[in-house]
Design a protein. Structure first.
Length: 278
């Protein structure tokens, strides 16, 4: 009887040890598999590359995949070609989920970037001529942000209750008879020399090296946390330990913070580290 008890105790200990070893091995294997993060060029991509280099030193292999538009990163995430992406804010994500039925999760806050109204032809809104051309983001949420800026500048008037969900159809007064060209957000910087006024994203302008990102005729302000770009995963991998580890590295890295400062033209007016904001 005593011998059987000892055997049972020994077996139990061995099974517990085997279970712990299996769990550790599983976690180690998970961390060893490459983590694929989708980004758009500029500040977001550059900062993620820095974090990926630091992650590699800690045994986490991260592949950074760059996209030139704001549609494909979500398509790639849905099809499991990516583990996460880092290019969109919560209102943009909510709209994409509504339109496409994605099963995504906003898992961590990143950078809050400013937007502005830029011109290479005019030094004030008063100089913009009747019939002037304006380039604006073509997606619903960012177009709404641009329209709110144009209204703040006194160039247009929107329907009562205007918000970031507003579209060109919500313009009820356009005294200068401005003509709008809708452009994919990352490409707006390329329109600067072709229009009288352009909605712009400072980090894309810094990357293009065309004009001073601080030269906007009007900036949106950086106190609206809902427009902070965040890390987005699918719901089925939101608790992936690799993602948790990488996000910790990103948010704690001094190298990432230095790169973001550089990417935003060393101007604190143009961005904030939203995960530190209260």
């Amino acid at each position: 009887m005593q011998l059987n008890k000892k055997i049972n105790t020994t077996l139990r200990i061995l099974l517990q040890s085997a279970g712990a070893l299996l769990a550790a091995t599983t976690l180690s294997s998970a961390l060893a598999a490459p983590l694929k993060i989708g980004v758009t060029p500029g500040a977001y991509a550059d900062s993620v590359h820095v974090a990926a280099a630091e992650a590699k030193k800690q045994g986490l292999d991260v592949q950074v995949v760059e996209f030139s538009d704001w549609t494909t990163p979500n398509v790639a995430l849905e099809s499991k070609d990516l583990d996460a992406n880092y290019f969109q804010h919560k209102p943009f994500l909510d709209n994409a989920i509504k339109d496409r039925g994605y099963h995504f999760a906003y898992i961590a806050t990143g950078v809050l970037a400013n937007i502005g109204l830029y011109s290479t032809k005019h030094k004030s809104f008063a100089e913009i001529p009747v019939g002037g051309r304006v380039s604006i983001a073509n997606d619903p949420v960012n177009q709404g942000r641009g329209l709110l800026l144009l209204q703040k500048a006194g160039l247009i008037k929107l329907r009562d209750g205007a918000s970031f969900k507003s579209t060109l159809a919500d313009i009820i007064d356009n005294p200068k008879k401005l003509k709008f060209t809708e452009v994919e957000g990352p490409q707006l910087v390329r329109t600067l020399n072709d229009v009288d006024l352009a909605q712009g994203y400072p980090h894309f302008i810094v990357a293009a090296g065309t004009i001073d990102p601080n030269s906007a005729l009007l900036l949106s302000g950086i106190d609206d946390k809902q427009f902070a770009v965040g890390f987005v995963s699918r719901q089925d991998n939101a608790t992936d330990p690799r993602l948790k580890k990488f996000i910790e590295i990103y948010q704690q890295s001094q190298g990432v913070r230095a790169q973001l400062k550089k990417s935003f033209g060393n101007s604190d007016r143009l961005y904030t580290l939203a995960w530190l904001a209260h």
